[in-house]
Design a protein. Structure first.
Length: 343
């Protein structure tokens, strides 16, 4: 094999270095790296082996700048939401096989949704996938005049015609949780609310509907809550001060439920012996062995697949289904629920 020119320390290997290592032309290396036709299987294998040996990686950003398309999907997500982290992983899995890359922009206490979106647009993202957006629907409609917009995990009433909506049937998830608790023998079931968070209204309605269907209207109890462990802990302290206490709690999400569990543990209240707890989302947090949380699972791979599919279909000018796409949840039973009064 021909001698390879040294790659200067701290410099990226170039096509010329790969070509010298493989003993082929730079043009042939370019063909292989672009995945274009014109290289034999043997030549392709030789070039890829040489590239691996010297640590060459194609400069995808440079390729983007040379093209009229970025093939970037911009994803806005919330740093405070473990569920969003799981969704991002699913979006990568759906986008990359379709030939798209993912650009991320986080929403944080010091960084609002408008700033997060503007950063994605500045990166030449061709479409936006917004996880649990909280801005008004009119703002989403305005964005959709610039690029395709997919709203994930939020019901829009009414949904702007140009904005695609992919969400879980949150109300059905809450009904499944109540049905499970009632089947165990619970009647006094409280719900810790999610406030104005996306999905909260549907989960609240699903809880009330299920309680009514089981003839438990007199036991309906909705406590102020929120997205975080602190919100769950605050609601749990309210419940601890009551006599009698409810025998079961449905929390807005897994983080909120974790705050409930911690507060009960510190107060010496056994779960599920004295009180059962159900979360929502089936995040990685709920699956930790020491938490082992019964929860409502959202079908993350399906949500991600539909969101990415809608964005790409819009970009390719293909027809998309009318209306929102709603994905069914499923209850995952673990160790925090049991029959009442077993503690």
């Amino acid at each position: 094999m021909p001698a390879t020119p040294e790659v200067p320390d701290g410099k990226r290997p170039t096509l010329a270095h790969v070509a010298a290592r493989a003993g082929v032309s730079v043009a042939l290396v370019s063909i292989v790296m672009r995945g274009a036709y014109g290289a034999s299987a043997a030549s392709r294998e030789r070039v890829l082996k040489a590239a691996e040996e010297i640590g060459y990686r194609p400069d995808t950003r440079a390729r983007v700048l040379r093209s009229n398309r970025s093939r970037l999907l911009g994803v806005q997500f919330g740093l405070r939401h473990p569920f969003h982290t799981d969704l991002v992983e699913g979006i990568y899995a759906a986008a990359e096989p379709a030939g798209y890359q993912v650009a991320l922009s986080a929403v944080a206490p010091t960084r609002g949704e408008r700033q997060a979106v503007e950063a994605l647009l500045a990166d030449r993202c061709e479409a936006l996938v917004l996880l649990g957006p909280e801005v008004p629907a009119t703002r989403l409609a305005h964005l959709a005049t610039q690029v395709p917009v997919v709203s994930v995990a939020r019901r829009l009433r009414p949904a702007p015609p140009a904005v695609d909506v992919v969400r879980t049937a949150d109300d059905e998830g809450a009904r499944q949780a109540v049905d499970h608790l009632v089947a165990l023998g619970h009647r006094t079931i409280a719900h810790i609310d999610g406030g104005r968070a996306p999905g909260a209204a549907d989960r609240r309605r699903g809880y009330r509907t299920a309680m009514h269907r089981h003839g438990l209207d007199e036991h309906v109890r909705v406590l102020p809550g929120g997205l975080t462990e602190d919100d769950g802990a605050r609601a749990a302290r309210t419940l601890l001060a009551e006599n009698p206490r409810p025998s079961a709690v449905l929390a807005f999400n897994d983080r909120c439920a974790t705050g409930v569990l911690d507060t009960f543990l510190r107060a010496g209240v056994t779960v599920p012996g004295e009180i059962s707890v159900v979360g929502f989302d089936d995040t990685s947090l709920s699956r930790l062995a020491h938490i082992d949380l019964t929860t409502v699972a959202q079908d993350i791979p399906r949500l991600a697949e539909l969101a990415v599919g809608r964005a790409i279909a819009r970009l390719d000018g293909e027809p998309v289904p009318e209306g929102e796409q709603v994905v069914a949840p499923r209850l995952v039973v673990r160790g925090t629920t049991g029959a009442p009064g077993t503690g």
